[in-house]
Design a protein around this ligand. Structure first.
Ligand code: BGC
Length: 367
């Protein structure tokens, strides 16, 4: 009897062990890889936000017992493709991808689908492929609307008239990033009535997204364009009052170009009203110093947490619920999306929106 009990216990322990291995996605030992290996690819390490994003996703997943392979792609498409191929070979259970060029990864996505690896498109929508399972981002059209609102408020457009038009130049994001479309469209839909009334004018005439785009969100390229615009269209007494900017480093670069030709000094030409996006430390400092007017805060911690929950749901074999199934068509399908809210930050709410929430500490902001 004792012997039979021992045999029973041994078989029971073996079954529990086998069950645990299968529950973890098969093949991986509990000690070796925790609950499973998750691949996370971010576009570049040279921008503050993606480092925060990468850390938020990695830390959140590790807390739940997953192992994370986090890679940054140096804004180089072949590097990103290779990193994803490697992750598929390593047997990741879920792929989280923030792309460089949203349309450049179709082969990798097909390989992931063939290996039954769910793909989460992170912040930037992966385009022209059916092999994208979910999209986690902010409401990019609303973010664009906030960029427009920043100019409407900062330039007091409601009170302005066509007799004394307000002068602006426009910048857009990278043409290969689908977010640029939402940002531009959201902003232009807010600003269009003021263009129609002649209250807002663009001396360069450069308004189309194709013309005002900034490949790879490169601030140096934007600064060069701003310098060229200033020298070509702002001689004499034409004064630039505002700039539509989709990204904090572009905002700061444009302000530098303006300072270099005398804006913001005692020359009587105040710095133009400039918004931005990402709420980076340098821009918050600039806002506090009265230079950049505002930015849009997209809390990367919230995006990271939403992504972690989605990965965990998929790993438990459950179907995510409450997703938006109408807004984001990637050209091949509508991708079920989770869209978070963003917040405009001006000098007035840096304390409550940025410091009190712990997004940046006082020390980081030099306060
Ligand atoms: C992101 C922005 C970011 C930009 C440049 C966009 O796809 O949504 O938050 O500023 O890329 O990295």
């Amino acid at each position: 009897m004792k012997y039979m009990q021992k045999v029973f216990m041994t078989v029971f322990v073996m079954l529990v062990a086998v069950g645990t291995v299968f529950a973890n996605g098969g093949g991986e030992s509990q000690s070796g890889r925790g609950k499973g290996l998750i691949g996370v690819v971010m576009p570049t390490r040279s921008e503050e936000r993606w480092i925060k994003d990468g850390n938020a996703v990695k830390e959140g997943l590790e807390k739940l017992g997953y192992t994370v392979d986090l890679q940054y792609s140096d804004d180089d498409i072949p590097t990103q493709s290779r990193q994803i191929d490697d992750m598929i070979t390593k047997g990741v259970k879920v792929l989280v991808i923030a792309s460089i060029d949203g349309s450049a990864l179709s082969n990798q996505l097909a390989n992931a689908a063939a290996a039954k690896i769910p793909v989460i498109s992170y912040d930037r929508l992966l385009m022209q492929s059916r092999n994208v399972d979910y999209y986690v981002s902010f409401d990019n059209y609303k973010v664009g609307g906030q960029m427009g609102d920043i100019l409407i408020t900062g330039l007091k457009l409601a009170q302005a008239t066509a007799a004394k038009p307000v002068i602006v130049e426009l910048f857009a994001g990278s043409p290969d990033d689908n977010n640029s479309v939402g940002f531009y469209q959201g902003a232009m839909d807010k600003l269009q009535p003021y263009f129609d009334k002649g209250v807002l004018q663009v001396p360069s005439g450069q308004i189309n997204r194709a013309v005002i785009g900034t490949l790879r969100w490169d601030a140096a390229e934007a600064q060069k364009r701003m310098e060229n615009l200033l020298s070509a269209y702002y001689s004499g007494d034409v004064v630039l009052n505002g700039i539509l900017s989709p990204y904090d480093p572009i905002s700061l670069a444009c302000l530098e170009a303006c300072k270099a030709v005398g804006y913001g000094s005692t020359s009587g030409k105040p710095l133009p009203i400039v918004g931005g996006q990402d709420c980076i430390v340098a821009s918050v400092k600039s806002i506090l110093a009265g230079e950049q007017y505002a930015t849009v805060l997209k809390d990367t911690r919230a995006l990271g947490a939403a992504t972690v929950t989605l990965v965990d749901t998929l790993m438990q074999g459950k179907t995510p619920t409450g997703l938006d199934t109408t807004s984001y068509n990637n050209g091949a399908k509508i991708v079920p999306s989770l869209l978070l809210d963003s917040v405009i930050v001006t000098k007035d709410n840096v304390q409550s929106a940025v410091i009190d929430t712990g997004y940046h500490t006082k020390a980081e902001l030099g306060l």
